[in-house]
Design a binder for this molecule. Structure first.
Ligand code: FDP
Length: 285
């Protein structure tokens, strides 16, 4: 049953990849619920995933970053729910940087503890897909088929620092953390696309990606259901960690233990190898 969902996502990926190759990347007059201006290709990618998933018997419902509400199928015997960001990184698509789609597959309820698989598609020089279940499998699309090229695992310590958000709006403790990693020899890698930036960490064996609470956005920018939970699941299955938390003073905790109040809620978040996440915990203590 799960196989039919992965298959539908793979077919959608091929379709979206070909759209991106010929698209003009024009903004529409519409904005989505989060307040982002929508590109024509955001809406098209959303429709592709929506149609492909809703026709599957295994599906109970879906939830998209581009839709206001979750959509539940009437009279469905399906148990699986899929939450997805159909096209992440719209602000860099016009400069021809890599962008992606992110998905999480849930059993019965959209809550982090019910995640059973997650993954992403990366539209770059190659079309690739990463799917995490018990392990994290890396697929590449070539010659009309998807080929598994191995699993992704993180070392206990990496070399890359990918700090998101506007620096002038960072807290002092966050500035100190990021600067201390650079002083330790970490190198800056940040494209502004969550999928390529986190894929880079996963392919290079580790490091830190952060999108903190900032003075202008106390709950960060990235969305729990569509972006953060899927990557938290992937990072844990790859041997790393993911922590975050609502900016209510309760501190940072394991992302997959967090509960959200609304499907479009954002959270400050940190993804990395064990060493870097320990550094975050110390810095934020
Ligand atoms: P975008 O606004 O282009 O959609 O999802 C939001 C996101 O991209 C992520 O892909 C990316 O990691 C982040 O925003 C980048 O935000 P900053 O430019 O504020 O660093």
């Amino acid at each position: 049953m799960l196989y039919s969902i992965i298959d539908a996502l793979q077919k959608s990926a091929i379709h979206i990849d070909s759209l991106l190759k010929k698209c003009k990347f024009e903004y529409l007059d519409s904005i989505n619920i989060t307040g982002d201006n929508q590109l024509g290709v955001d809406v098209e990618a959303n429709n592709i995933f929506k149609e492909a998933l809703l026709e599957l018997d295994a599906i109970k419902g879906i939830c998209s970053e581009e839709e206001n509400e979750a959509i539940y199928k009437k009279d469905s015997n399906g148990v699986y729910l899929v939450a997805f960001d159909p096209l992440d990184g719209s602000s860099i698509v016009s400069s021809n940087l890599s962008v992606g789609s992110i998905f999480g597959i849930y059993n019965e309820e959209f809550c982090a503890k019910n995640l059973i698989a997650s993954g992403y598609i990366i539209y770059g020089p190659r079309l690739e897909m990463v799917v995490a279940q018990d392990s994290v499998n890396h697929y590449v699309y070539s010659d009309g088929g998807w080929r598994n090229i191995g699993s992704l695992t993180l070392n206990d310590k990496g070399k890359i620092n990918s700090p998101g958000g506007t620096q002038k709006n960072w807290s002092t403790k966050h500035k100190i953390l990021i600067e201390s990693l650079f002083l330790e020899g970490y190198r800056l890698r940040y494209s502004g696309g969550m999928v390529p930036d986190l894929h880079n960490l996963l392919c290079k064996g580790g490091g830190l990606f952060s999108y903190p609470s900032t003075s202008d956005a106390p709950n960060g920018k990235l969305r729990a259901l569509f972006e953060i939970f899927p990557f938290a699941f992937i990072f844990e299955k790859a041997g790393g960690e993911a922590i975050g938390g609502i900016s209510d003073g309760s501190g940072l905790s394991r992302i997959l233990d967090l509960k959200i109040d609304s499907i479009h809620q954002s959270l400050p978040c940190f993804f990395g190898s064990k060493y870097e996440i320990e550094r975050v915990k110390l810095a934020y203590k």
